[in-house]
Every structure is written in structure tokens, then in C-alpha cells.
Write a protein that binds this ligand. Structure first.
Ligand SMILES: [Zn+2]
Length: 251
């Protein structure tokens, strides 16, 4: 009764009692859920690896009165490499924190699940610059969450011929010269950056190894994305502050 099987990624956990954890898991087909992993902190537990942060596993669950309980778990990927690199680890913490912020309990989002799995995979693998993975991940999460940036036409009047590019953070798209009077929360953006945002939104993360962007464009998109994400998710990510501290300290 009530047994189900699903792939899932551990977004966070809290310890429970002597040897258990309550995991928050983003599943492939059941949305986000909380599940008790009984005895998983014992060194010989069969749930040990699957109960770690970021672990990607095939879970067998049954639903109790309030929480799910994990009866079995087969680990597919622990993304162990992430733990050997403080910068990558910080990006991964931010990725799961953002996925947690936009996902809802038991509301399925296979796209979000697959995106997180790919982002963690390529972050651990190391062939694609981490900064690019992070920008693509954030833009794609926004798209999945219903905030795809409007890059073709003015968000105020719909005009497609926009010459001087500004991005309206609140309305989530470019605005034209005629609509300048509505400007409130805008940020200047070059046509190169806009084109790059399009590529980041439309390309698989696996294809980003061929994308070359200069620092000016990177910084412009980075700034825009940060403000765009914060404005719409109404959330300040502590993991992002920590990430910036590490980047600036050049550890
Ligand atoms: Zn306009």
C-alpha cells in the first residue's frame, strides 16, 4: 500500500534522533517531498550514500501519515568530486537551494529535476566553465518557473525594433526607446549580452563548452540575472553570498 519508486536528488536534510535523517528530495515525478531515512547515519546503512546532500538515487518510498519513508535506495551518482573543490561545492549548494526555492511539494516538475541533475553532473565533471553553468542554470530555472525573459520585443508595448537595449527587471524583458518613460527598474544591456542570454536559454548545458564569452558580457549577464532572480523569487540566497566571498578571496 502506498509504495512508489522514483528518482530523486537530495536538496537538504536535517538530522533526526541518533541515526536518522529527514531528507528533502526533488523527485523526478512526484515533485519535492520529505522522507525519513531511518538509520542512514550508521556507517553500514544501505541508505548512507543516498542520504548525502546532492545524491542522485532511485528511491523506494512509502507514504506514512505525514512523511514519506525510504525503504530502499540505489545510488546512481554522489557527485563526489564536488566535495573536493570548495568553489564547486558552493555552486552546488546554490543550485540545490534555488531548486528548493522554486519547487513545490508533490507538484511534479520533471524539467526542473533533469536540469538540476545535469547542472550537478557538468559541475562535477569539470569540462564546462562553472560560471557559465551557473548562469545557464539560473536562467533555465527562471524559464521553468514561468519567468522566461522576453528578449524579442518590448515588454511594455510589444514593439520588436528595439535599438538601445535596456532590461526591465520587474517585467522581465527588454524595453524600447518609446517606453523610456515607464523606466523604473531597468538595467543597461548590450546586444552581445542579449544574444548570449538567448544562447544560454536555448542550449543544453552539455553544449556550453563551445561558448566563448568575454568578461564584460559575462559580468553584465551575471548582474542582470542576479537582480532578475531576486526580484521574482523574492528571495536572497545566502549560498550566493558565500559563493561570491570565495570567488573574491581567490582560495
Ligand atoms: Zn515599448
Amino acid at each position: 500500500m502506498g509504495i512508489s519508486k522514483t528518482q530523486g536528488i537530495v536538496l537538504k536534510y536535517t538530522n533526526l534522533g541518533e541515526a536518522d535523517k529527514i531528507l528533502t528530495i526533488l523527485t523526478r515525478n512526484k515533485g519535492k517531498l520529505k522522507a525519513v531515512a531511518k538509520g542512514c547515519r550508521k556507517p553500514k546503512s544501505s541508505l548512507l550514500a543516498s542520504s548525502e546532500l546532492f545524491a542522485f538515487s532511485e528511491f523506494v518510498l512509502y507514504k506514512g501519515s505525514s512523511l514519506y519513508h525510504i525503504t530502499q535506495a540505489e545510488t546512481r551518482e554522489t557527485f563526489y568530486n564536488l566535495r573536493n573543490d570548495l568553489l564547486k561545492l558552493s555552486y552546488a549548494v546554490f543550485f540545490v537551494e534555488m531548486a528548493d526555492a522554486v519547487s513545490e511539494e508533490e507538484l511534479s516538475s520533471e524539467r526542473l529535476f533533469l536540469l538540476l541533475a545535469k547542472a550537478l553532473y557538468y559541475l562535477a565533471e569539470g569540462e564546462i566553465p562553472v560560471g557559465l553553468i551557473c548562469l545557464a542554470y539560473q536562467l533555465k530555472v527562471m524559464d521553468i518557473s514561468g519567468y522566461r525573459p522576453s528578449l524579442q520585443r518590448c515588454v511594455h508595448c510589444g514593439k520588436t525594433e528595439v535599438q538601445e537595449y535596456k532590461f526591465d527587471i520587474v517585467l522581465g524583458g527588454i524595453i524600447c526607446n518609446a517606453c523610456k518613460k515607464f523606466e523604473k527598474n531597468t538595467i543597461k544591456i548590450s546586444s552581445g549580452s542579449l544574444e548570449t542570454i538567448r544562447i544560454l536559454l536555448n542550449s543544453e548545458i552539455s553544449r556550453l563548452n563551445t561558448l566563448k564569452i568575454d568578461n564584460t558580457i559575462f559580468n553584465e549577464i551575471d548582474k542582470l540575472t542576479k537582480r532578475f532572480v531576486e526580484a521574482h523569487l523574492d528571495k536572497h540566497f545566502k549560498s550566493l553570498d558565500f559563493l561570491n566571498e570565495i570567488k573574491n578571496s581567490n582560495i
